[in-house]
Design a protein around this ligand. Sequence first.
Ligand SMILES: Nc1nc2c(ncn2[C@@H]2O[C@H](COP(=O)(O)OP(=O)(O)O)[C@@H](O)[C@H]2O)c(=O)[nH]1
Ligand SMILES: [Mg+2]
Length: 384
Amino acid sequence: MGLLKFWKKKDQAPAAEAEAQPEPRALEGLEAEPEAVESAPVPEPMAEAPAPASQAEPATQPVTLPEPPEPGPAEEPPAPPEKKKGLFARLAERLGKTREKISGSIDRLTLGRKIDDELLDELEEVLVTADLGVKTSLELIEGLRGRVRRQELRDAEALKLALRAGIEAVLTKVAPVPSRDHAPHVIMVVGVNGVGKTTTIGKLAHYFTGQGRRVLLGASDTFRAAAAEQLEIWAGRVGCPIVRQKHGADPSAVAYDAVEAAQNRGRDLVIIDTAGRLHTKVNLMEELKKIHRVLGKRLEGAPHEVLLVLDATTGQNALSQAKLFHEAVPLTGLVLTKLDGTAKGGVVVAIAEAMGLPICFVGVGEALEDLRPFDPQEFAAAIF
Ligand SMILES: Nc1nc2c(ncn2[C@@H]2O[C@H](COP(=O)(O)OP(=O)(O)O)[C@@H](O)[C@H]2O)c(=O)[nH]1
Ligand SMILES: [Mg+2]
């Protein structure tokens, strides 16, 4: 059984969490200029083996933060079946723009028209503009042509159902994550600046803690000023320890120390945050490779997962990012964020098809509970 299955095992609905979120960050591309923090120490050229934390700098401080206060007695505790329904309704609601783009366009397109080849050509265009990608859209439409000619799909509803099944099939084709049996399990999280890595890590920590995992976070984005503080805020919300060093420290050393701390403290899941931008793109990729290598030195087989976080609002651009990161570190799965408030949710389908990687989680908002294990059926249902 894959880890993905494990992730999906318990579809829990955590307590609502609506406090202030970390500072919003602008989305920036890989090519972006270096961050304008003049006084910031430049990350040093990295030594192969990370120096023991005690050598040059103050020791890495694993900080155990107090458990957040238990929520008071809920006034109307929702019954479990309702809760489940509520979550689905919520996903459907968050994906409203994508649904409007795909499902709404099909309604308008088919209004008072015969469903024929010509209509299918126009439908293909709709799918492309909904960011399903040219190749995927073409394949989906070709899959429908025979049935349309045989007049099996006579109305918009039948057409949508067929398309939904096609999309589900594309999403389900994706390989499951191989199962792993070890502790701590190490997840390295990568992605361009502003896609939502740190936020996602906070949500992941919350999700896994809810599953009874003992999580520890590693703040290896030492490049962006205040990145570690941002992660620390999330750790505080979730109530899990974090390993961090000062701004500009060697990210690999932080990652190394995080795994060590997890081993010493009996934590069974380590999630490592990384930078999304360095002085150059080459630097960034080299740094990620090094973190990957150093993690493996500390613990054989680590990192067990490398999750790439992609911002769904960037549409097809996400695909080129995925390819770039995949060349640097072997990705094992994807997390798509910001599916709320974008009409480009169809990019999920394009990416799943192109990368052959599992989409492990989707982010549908900024709060702690706005991360969901990805479920192809549920997703396809939510966009139709
Ligand atoms: N609407 C929405 N915003 C998100 C989501 N995930 C992250 N964000 C926001 O995206 C911004 C950048 O997030 P951050 O975690 O700092 O990105 P990082 O640079 O990749 O670490 C923040 O304002 C987050 O609140 C999501 O699923 N939906
Ligand atoms: Mg970050």
